[in-house]
Design a protein around this ligand. Structure first.
Ligand code: GPK
Length: 837
């Protein structure tokens, strides 16, 4: 690699190399400099927002120095890199994370205090980067943190949406969506106006014969859009490694607008072209676990994938290696099927632009890609209509057909005459219109396919992808159980607990190796330790209680059992069962004598989560929760024995406050539907227990913490098909307790019953697909067991401490190491032997 500055001038560079601030004084002077110059303000008009901006800029400057060194180190070392392609990165706030990861939060706290600010207030000024929907997007963000913390040479690639996931307001008990325009001031990104890629759409394919007599296809796009790179530094924890998240933004290819049109007076169409181009990266699709097949979404996918691959290939070409070495230099992980077109695009680059033979190219492609599946729900599996692809990406459709042809030929040789099998595994579904099954394309084009928890990986092997296991053999399919970063989800979200753990485990090493938590088990009977543990949980609950009061007006008692379900609203996640359960509890309390009542456990039933704007049932669930809250919370018979609250606009930074305040959290999906779940891990890591079904990672959490420390209920995934079948054949008898709940709703106790009729009908009249009635009585019983266990506070604390001590497995560091070894074949980069120019 050549340096751009010749030898004689380099001395001046070394002399002026900036080092970043080293102490509190240096930090303060950077903050003041940014306030006075970058922000053009002064001590006369520096509010909290300005203090945040200046602090963020000071840390950004510091990060970018490490970013530069890391990129240099990775280039010089010439080692294999990982590229994580994800349409979603749910990053949340960056400042607190950056301060903690570089180990300068205490310094910043003191510095800000000198300047007249409280660090907590300054941190709160930051807008969440919410470029994702839920679990899948947050997983990608945890992975970036682990990749950097473990010193892997890794980049994330995504889209720079102008609008992230909408903000949720609750108005009169209904969800209202408000656009999330978050880029007003974003100090964490670096625009790279020099790093651009022209992306083609539409157009036609021509076939020519080259000098050697070989047929070459050339795609000439009918429309060009420019991709501009924006880089976001990703600091690792307690390491100099600062990786890159590259987000692409779309722009009109001709700059601002078409001057030809502009000069000829056609202003409107000139501006329209520009707007159409910018629309591509304008908004995040707000659906979780649902595919809607919209053309603009396909455009987003190709735009992002093509820009990323161009970038990756450009970087590879600088090494001047032979193409066959590509998979030794590059591992690309597909986060769900959203980036599956990357498989087709790389094959196109290799055969159409680089002139490789099909087989050689295909070998490279397959060895480069890995595919992670995140769901078995049929409505979430992506399919694109053939006419849509043909119009937008004509050459890609041809290549998809060729991939399918060669694939089906090998299947035919392996299983001669099995035409059912050929139809079942074909990448092209023979429907009207024909559809491309993206998961099948991803499987065929990758060397490894993984699920995200043991049960889920087993389910994909035995159900949705079983034919592919026959064809490719079992080794292509593997499991990598999800994990979470303990930096954000313990150290940052629960600083007091992190300190307490550090005091018992010999420092903060557990944040690098989470299995160190097992040292806590020695202290489970330590009186002083248990007392502090309980105090911290209580303080976290007080903080949440204040937030509840301020945002909903409801007074909750921090001594009550906090029962939390926060996640996207979805029928399969069964928030409806939770609120039916809360109604059941309310009815039981109402039926009691006052004396009896006073013996009951106090509960706060806390909900949060967004419904996709077009998801009618999910919106009814939100409305029911709010309507029940309005009645229960104002019932003087009930007082603080039961409160039901819905927290508006659940997002990453709210999660950081809510999760540490939970006593019990609900992970109650119909068995076999929740691929993994990741908040389940966060709750237990923060000293809360779980009520849950035998689903996703709940099963592995149980294995780790033991049956005694989790409240499991409900039918098992192997029983689900039979139960559904039984419902179909009219044998469905609704649980009597649930019948009673429905009666109460239909009496109008919680407002107009028509508002909730579809929720009831789904269970009573439409086959109860999610088995709410089948699981209801065991759910209610399990809650009774929770009450009993919580009554014994000492026993409860023992359960919590024991569970935390056994959560080491669920670090995303473990998870990333498994990907690195089993799928990517990459190694961490030594950060101690820095080479310089
Ligand atoms: C799965 F298919 C999808 C999707 O579209 N969005 C999404 O967030 C989630 N997911 C699963 O639902 C979770 O069970 C899982 O933990 C998470 O992905 C990460 O793997």
């Amino acid at each position: 690699v050549e340096a751009s500055i010749p030898e004689p001038q380099r001395e001046a560079w070394t002399k002026h190399q900036v080092g970043g601030f080293k102490d509190k004084d240096g930090f303060e002077s950077e903050v003041v400099r940014h306030v006075e110059t970058t922000l053009a303000r002064s001590l006369y008009n520096c509010d909290e927002a300005a203090a945040y901006s200046a602090t963020a800029l000071a840390f950004r400057d510091r990060l970018i120095l490490e970013w530069n060194r890391t990129q240099q180190r990775q280039t010089f070392s010439d080692s294999k890199r990982v590229y994580y392609l994800s349409l979603e990165f749910l990053m949340g706030r960056a400042l607190d994370n950056a301060m903690l990861n570089v180990g300068q939060k205490d310094l910043a706290k003191d510095g800000l205090s000198d300047l007249g600010f409280r660090i907590e207030d300054v941190i709160q000024q930051e807008h969440d980067a919410a470029l994702g929907n839920g679990g899948l997007g947050r997983l990608a963000a945890c992975f970036l943190d682990s990749l950097a913390s473990l010193n892997y040479p890794a980049w994330g690639y995504g889209l720079r949406y102008r609008y992230g996931i909408f903000k949720q307001e609750i108005i009169d008990g209904y969800q209202v969506e408000v656009p999330d325009y978050w880029l007003d001031f974003n100090p964490w990104e670096f625009p790279r106006h020099d790093v651009t890629v022209d992306i083609q759409f539409y157009g036609k394919v021509s076939r020519e014969t080259n000098e050697k007599g070989k047929a070459i296809s050339q795609w000439e796009g009918g429309e060009t859009v420019k991709a501009v790179a924006y880089d976001v530094p990703i600091p690792g924890y307690a390491t100099p490694t600062t990786n890159n998240l590259r987000l692409w933004s779309s722009k009109a290819a001709s700059g601002e607008f078409d001057f030809q049109k502009f000069n000829s007076g056609d202003y409107e169409s000139s501006v329209a072209d520009q707007q159409r181009a910018e629309t591509i990266s304008a908004v995040l699709y707000p659906n979780d676990n649902l595919d809607r097949g919209k053309e603009l979404r396909l455009k987003q996918q190709y735009f992002w994938v093509a820009a990323s691959l161009y970038d990756i290939v450009r970087r590879f070409k600088k090494t001047r290696r032979a193409w066959k070495e590509f998979p030794d230099q590059v591992a690309i992980q597909l986060n769900d099927t959203h980036p599956t077109l990357a498989i087709v695009e790389l094959q196109r680059i290799l055969i159409d632009l680089e002139g490789l033979e099909w087989d050689e190219a295909w070998n490279i492609v397959v060895n480069t890609f890995g595919y992670t599946n995140h769901t078995v729900l049929p409505e979430a599996l992506e399919k694109w209509s053939v006419p849509l692809i043909e119009n937008l990406l004509p050459r890609h459709l041809q290549i998809i057909y060729d991939i399918n042809l060669y694939f089906l030929q090998t299947v035919e040789r392996q299983f001669p005459g099995d035409s059912d099998l050929l139809r079942d595994v074909s990448i092209v579904e023979e429907s009207e219109p024909k559809m491309i099954r993206m998961a099948y394309l991803a499987i065929v084009g990758s060397h490894k396919v993984n699920g995200v928890a043991e049960l889920h990986s087993e389910l994909i092997r035995t159900t949705i992808f079983k034919d592919f296991v026959r064809i490719f053999g079992p080794d292509k399919f593997t499991n990598v159980t999800n994990g979470i970063t303990p930096r954000r989800w313990l150290h940052q979200a629960n600083p007091r607990l992190s300190e307490l753990i550090a005091s018992k485990t010999g420092g903060h090493g557990f944040l690098k190796d989470l299995t160190d938590l097992n040292k806590l088990e020695l202290y489970v009977d330590d009186k002083e330790f248990r007392k502090e543990w309980a105090e911290i949980k209580y303080a976290n609950k007080v903080r949440l209680a204040k937030h509840i009061k301020a945002t909903t007006g409801v007074t909750v008692n921090p001594a009550a059992l906090f029962d939390v379900q926060v996640k996207r609203i979805h029928e399969y996640k069964r928030q409806q069962m939770n609120i039916f359960g809360a109604i059941h509890r309310y009815l039981e309390l109402k039926a009691m004598s006052p004396e009896q009542r006073q013996k009951q456990m106090r509960r706060v039933s806390i909900f949060g989560g967004k419904a996709a704007p077009g998801y009618w049932m999910a919106k009814q669930i939100i409305h029911l929760i709010n309507s029940v809250g309005a009645v229960v919370n104002n019932d003087t018979d009930i007082g603080d024995l039961l409160k039901v609250v819905f927290l508006e606009d659940y997002n990453v930074s709210k999660a950081e406050m809510i999760i540490p305040a939970s006593d019990i959290s609900e992970h109650i999906s119909t068995a076999g539907t929740e691929a993994s779940g990741t908040s389940n891990m966060k709750f237990v890591l923060n000293g809360g227990l779980i009520i849950g079904t035998c689903d996703g990672a709940n099963i592995e959490i149980t294995r780790e913490v033991s049956q005694d420390n989790i409240f499991l209920f409900g039918h098992l995934s192997e029983q689900v098909d039979d139960l559904r079948y039984a419902h179909q054949s009219g044998e469905h008898v609704v649980d009597p307790k649930l019948v009673r709940v429905f009666e109460e709703i239909e009496k109008g106790t919680f407002g107009n019953p028509k508002d909730f009729s579809d929720l009831i009908a789904a269970v009573r009249d439409h086959g109860d697909y999610y088995l709410v009635s089948d699981d209801f009585s065991s759910y209610v019983d399990s809650h009774t067991a929770v009450d009993e266990a919580y009554r014994d506070q000492e026993g409860w604390i023992t359960k919590c401490i024991t569970s935390v001590s056994r959560m080491g497995f669920f670090s995303s560091d473990r998870c990333i190491n498994e990907y690195a070894e089993g799928i990517w074949n990459v190694e961490p980069l030594n950060t101690t032997q820095d080479k310089t120019v």
